[in-house]
Design a protein around this ligand. Structure first.
Ligand SMILES: Cc1ncc(COP(=O)(O)O)c(C=O)c1O
Length: 344
């Protein structure tokens, strides 16, 4: 039985167990349904088995050795990956400006951190994907146990993960890809290639672009190591089954024809907008990240105008450009508002 069905099941037992709200006491009424579905590992439900089955099904969908549901974001997936493949004193390569969880994971594992830099694209104010030749030099020089690559970047720039994985194999280095911003990639040929088939560990945030609730995420493994011990070390022993059920439903939706059609509709709508707005410049490998630049305006000025004149809040801005993040919940109606930027 799926996790989703277990939560729908009517329980006929008197539960003298945790959680003590028992699905009856609902202190914050707005979340009534959440309390009703908030169960523990009691025999009356046995959600652990359903969770294992849901993760196995996900592993088949993503074609991985194993896929793990995360309820503490990509952060926990990165930490578990590093703890799994590195031990105290091992060298790890991380990007100097990476998300802070890369450094924290490396510290928790007791690794020796070696930082690498990425070149800046000066015209757009964003970091370029990693240069494969530069990476090979770093691997040759340091022989690290693991390397973490962020791909896509926040702005949707994608590194050549296939070539990077070949290099990592050559130098016996585990490849961890932070694909936090690329959770839609496995479900459309019109988006960049996902790292999942090539990396040893790929981490994706469902909550960023794939319609998941905060902070649901996935850890995909495609190597001989299992992250289960590491996940058990950092995770609570009282997981939130409502959150885990949303992950199961989220993957089912992404993999359904309705989900895939929705992704294509999003992509086509954005392509149309980009082709119509001739007064703006667009950039990036991932069409769903709308990186915008306007001649004569800094990124910050553009961001202010979008916010104050057009009621649009961007995801991230730098000196040169600003970025609007879109995802499964970005409606056609919201996107249609962007046509007004013709007047900008
Ligand atoms: C590139 C990158 N990696 C990892 C994370 C952490 O993800 P989460 O919020 O799902 O823990 C973020 C969050 O902003 C991110 O931008």
């Amino acid at each position: 039985m799926s996790l989703i069905s277990i939560l729908k099941k009517k329980n006929r037992k008197y539960l003298f167990t945790t959680p003590s709200h028992n699905g009856n006491l609902c202190i914050m009424h707005k979340f009534y349904q959440w309390y009703r579905n908030d169960i523990s590992e009691v025999d009356a439900y046995n959600p652990q088995e359903a969770l294992s089955q849901a993760e196995e099904k996900a592993s088949q969908i993503y074609n991985t050795k194993s896929t793990h549901f995360l309820t503490n974001g990509s952060t926990s997936g990165i930490i578990a990956s590093v703890l799994t493949c590195c031990k105290k004193g091992d060298k790890i390569l991380i990007w100097k400006n990476s998300h802070k969880c890369h450094r924290n994971a490396s510290i928790l594992a007791g690794t020796e951190i070696i930082e690498y830099e990425l070149e800046l694209n000066k015209a757009w104010g964003v970091y370029k994907p990693i240069n494969t030749k530069a990476l090979e030099l770093l691997l040759k020089e340091n022989m690290p146990k693991a390397v973490i690559i962020t791909s896509p970047s926040y702005e949707g720039l994608v590194s050549d993960i296939k070539s990077i994985s070949e290099l990592c194999k050559k130098y016996n280095t585990y490849l961890i890809v932070d694909e936090a911003h690329g959770a839609l990639y496995p479900f459309s040929d019109n988006l960049p290639q996902s790292a999942i088939p090539y990396a040893d560990f790929t981490v994706q945030s469902l909550h960023k672009t794939a319609g998941g609730i905060n902070p649901t995420a996935l850890l995909h493994c495609n190597c001989e190591l299992s992250p289960i011990e590491a996940l058990n070390m950092i995770n609570t022993t009282s997981p939130s089954y409502p959150m885990l059920a949303t992950i199961e439903a989220n993957i089912n939706y992404l993999n359904s024809s309705n989900g895939r059609k929705k992704i294509e509709r999003l992509i086509n709508n954005i392509k149309l907008i980009k082709s119509e707005l001739k007064n703006l410049e667009f950039f990036g490998d991932d069409v769903t990240k709308i990186n915008i630049k306007k001649e004569g305006l800094s990124g910050y000025e553009l961001s202010d105008i979008l916010f104050n004149k057009f009621n649009i809040e961007d995801e991230r801005t730098n000196e040169k450009s600003t970025m609007l993040l879109t995802g499964l919940g970005t409606t056609s109606r919201m996107l249609a508002k962007l046509f007004k930027l013709k007047k900008l």
